[in-house]
Design a protein around this ligand. Structure first.
Ligand SMILES: N[C@H](CCC[C@H](N)C(=O)O)C(=O)O
Length: 276
């Protein structure tokens, strides 16, 4: 099977983009894991598979697979790369694109300056909707980990996130506490773990240990989750600049029941062809 693909990234969170609209593609979980390998494969954090729409009101559907082969509900940086990719591949010339993923429908806007704004939908705060085991909804939960007692916010952006407020991001235990909390028993479907340093109500720094991929240079849904948690904890304003190791995103949330808006770049790196 011949497979044409593009390599893209959003602030260094990198993706293999596959056009399964004009190609008939099927990849097993094992094949995705092999392709994700940065030594023996192409190397990526996630693979996005673009398919025809399931609904006449939509332009496309896309599926998201982490480097470990797991299929997930949403990917913020991937959404921006998706919007640039379908135009680059000539699958559409629209600048407003309606798409569905496993978590539902979102709308993307390709701006004049090449940045992409995504309406990421309304965050889910109810523990059962994350899913997260808790008696009731709180702005801050207490998790007991092997290493320490953790205070965190929990939210779903279609995918599950925990967000911890840390005093210094450079010394935050991202690579030790991150993998432990990713697999914490209170997250039945695991979780993405964000470490947030609040600089001021309009500006944070963030590192994310991603479910199924490890620490990435940026996480779009993680940036959205951090702003939601920070607002619920009364630390952040409605419009926040989120500085990730790979660069900055602009996130806006006007409060519960409202959608989160994310604006940022999406870059094409190279095209490739595989024989599977
Ligand atoms: N690791 C995430 C999926 C990718 C999210 C991230 N790359 C983003 O930009 O939102 C999960 O398992 O839910």
């Amino acid at each position: 099977m011949l497979l044409n693909f593009s390599k893209m990234h959003g602030l260094g969170n990198d993706f293999m983009m596959v056009d399964a609209v004009s190609q008939n593609i099927f990849l097993t979980k094992e094949q995705i894991k092999q392709l994700a390998d940065r030594n023996f494969g192409i190397g990526f954090d996630q693979l996005l598979m673009v398919e025809p729409p399931y609904d006449p009101d939509l332009d496309f559907h896309y599926r998201i697979f982490n480097a470990d082969g797991s299929e997930v509900e949403q990917c913020g940086n991937g959404a921006r790369c998706f919007a640039k990719f379908v135009r680059y591949r000539g699958l559409t010339n629209k600048t407003k694109i309606n798409v569905s993923t496993k978590s539902g429908k979102i709308t993307l806007y390709v701006e004049q300056d090449g940045q992409v704004t995504v309406n990421m939908g309304v965050p889910q705060l109810e523990p059962a909707r994350v899913p997260f085991k808790a008696q009731k909804q709180e702005a801050t939960y207490i998790l007991l980990s092997e290493q320490q007692t953790v205070f965190c916010g929990v939210v779903s952006m279609g995918n599950p996130h925990a967000v911890l407020d840390v005093p210094d991001l450079d010394t935050a235990p991202v690579r030790t506490l991150g993998p432990e909390l990713e697999l914490h028993e209170r997250f039945p479907e695991k979780a993405n773990i964000g470490f947030m340093q609040v600089l001021n109500p309009q500006h944070i720094k963030l590192r994310v240990w991603e479910r199924g991929a490890g620490e990435t240079l940026a996480c779009g849904t993680g940036a959205c989750a951090a702003v939601v948690v920070g607002q619920l904890q009364k630390k952040l304003a409605q419009q926040v600049r989120v500085d990730l190791p790979g660069g900055s995103l602009q996130i806006r949330w006007n409060g519960p029941g409202q959608p989160v808006k994310m604006t940022g770049p999406a870059e094409h790196v190279f095209d490739g062809q595989l024989t599977l």
